[in-house]
Design a protein around this ligand. Structure first.
Ligand code: EPZ
Length: 420
């Protein structure tokens, strides 16, 4: 398994181009199953997750060509059941269920199961499918949804932690080819949901209200092929802004969408990291001393859970007490013990982590446990004195397009140690 070797203490300087969003690309790629006509998706990030999704779509019968960030795909003739192992391995692939149910009136996929950050059930996805008239069966590790017809209905999709992002995406896609009107209440408002709705409307769907808690889908008989450019990855953008602040550098982001980053920019300002627009670009830099700040993760437009770990790395450097409360996933503090290896002082109290910041970090070997935790360890390694080895970076490669090369371009002393 590859690892990163980082020699810290170098302020990052220069420009970085933000890639397309992984979390927008995955459901958009699944949506191409809704039509038998060709689709062209641009700015698809080259990640292990997107390559995995291509494999899943091909296993269903689609033909795909993925080159230079452009995916040309045609799901001419497909089947309604996906390879058990393929879907089981990547949670995000659950969003093929909605399109298969809509187009074939039958979808059989392996249950995604939990992951290291939480139980992550799909009860709300299934609640939505059932509201449209689908019969749901769970057996042998598979979930099967089938229906003679899908009839538009109203469904409330709020759960334990509020709305569900992929649940909203799945039910929205299932309803596009339903009969009549579907109304999703307590829908997720994430920019990735809006980007998906824009793609579906480009395919001929009739969706209004995406980006608000109430989405209305008027079913149509058929969808056609379409072209679309995926939005910028707001989580990658936030990660580079935080890295600029943590290393006391100045980084210019090209192609980021500031309007998707308001909660992050607000908290960075509070913590002593200035983020400003310069023309079409966004610039992040430290302004004076870092300051402690309290963070609570919330559904969009609140502070994103996918930036919690990276923000914790920054706040370990800020003198004072910062309280970070995770409200979305019940076990998303795997990075805490690894940050402690670098000298951070963090205590976990229920859903909160109490960060006593200001003590300088020093390099050490650490282990990545999940995608965003690995980004947090890279940021801490860049800020730490001495050398840090971040192991198991396959987690990072799932969601960051060649982060090592992008950081090298900003002056970081980082190298990928490839497993022999
Ligand atoms: C999406 O996951 C993202 N993944 C996650 O990003 C992100 O953390 C999450 O949304 C929240 O913003 C992709 O888009 C591929 P949810 P998703 O359903 O849709 C509970 C990353 O780092 N819930 O919005 O799977 C659930 O357990 C990843 O890029 C139910 O209870 O998340 C969680 O506590 C990690 N029942 C909460 O809702 C359900 O049926 C939010 O989950 C569905 C969800």
């Amino acid at each position: 398994m590859d690892s990163f070797l980082i020699k810290g203490g170098v302020p990052l300087h220069g420009e970085v181009t933000i890639s397309g969003s992984k979390n927008a690309a995955l459901p958009i790629m699944a949506a191409t199953l809704l039509t038998d006509e060709p689709c062209v998706i641009r700015r698809v990030p080259d990640l292990s997750d997107t390559r995995f999704m291509v494999k899943i779509l091909e296993s269903l019968g689609a033909t795909a060509r993925f080159a230079d960030g452009t995916l040309t795909i045609r799901a001419k003739k497909i089947r309604g059941y996906a390879d058990y192992e393929l879907v089981r391995k990547m949670r995000g692939s659950i969003c093929i269920a909605g399109p298969l149910l809509a187009r074939l009136k039958q979808a059989r996929v392996s249950l995604p199961g939990g992951c290291i950050i939480g139980a992550r059930p799909i009860n709300l996805h299934l609640k939505g499918f059932a509201a449209l008239g689908a019969k749901i069966e769970i057996a042998g590790g598979y979930v099967e949804a089938s229906a003679k017809r899908l009839i538009g209905a109203s469904v409330f999709l709020g759960g334990r932690a509020g709305p569900t992002v992929l649940g909203t995406a799945n039910v929205m896609m299932a309803a596009t080819l339903g009969e009549g009107v579907t109304i999703i209440e307590s829908a997720a408002c994430e920019p990735e949901v809006v980007d998906l709705a824009n793609f579906l409307n480009a395919m001929g769907a009739r969706i209004t209200g995406a980006g608000s808690p109430t989405i209305t889908i008027t079913g149509v008989a058929k969808l056609h092929g379409a072209e679309h450019e995926v939005i910028a990855d707001r989580i990658e953008a936030a990660t580079f802004l935080i890295a600029a602040g943590a290393t006391n550098g100045e980084v210019t982001l090209k192609g980021a969408r500031p309007e998707h980053l308001r909660a992050v920019i607000d908290k960075l300002n509070e913590a002593g990291v200035a983020v400003e627009r310069r023309g079409a670009n966004l610039v992040g830099r430290r302004k004076g001393k870092l300051k402690s700040a309290d963070i609570t993760t919330l559904p969009y437009a609140g502070f994103p859970t996918d930036v919690q770990a990276q923000m914790m790395s920054l706040l370990t450097l800020a003198p004072g007490i910062s309280i970070i409360t995770e409200r979305i996933f019940e076990a998303r503090f795997m990075h805490v013990s690894e940050l402690a290896r670098l000298g951070a002082d963090i205590e976990i109290e229920g859903p909160s982590a109490i960060v006593k910041g200001g003590r300088p970090l020093s390099g050490a070997p650490v282990m990545a446990s999940d995608l965003r935790a690995s980004a947090a360890l890279v940021i801490a390694g860049l800020a730490a004195k001495g050398a840090t080895q971040v192991n198991r970076i396959y987690h990072l490669d799932r969601g960051y397009e060649r982060m090592d090369l992008k950081l090298q371009k900003l002056g970081a002393r980082i190298e990928r140690i490839e497993e022999k």
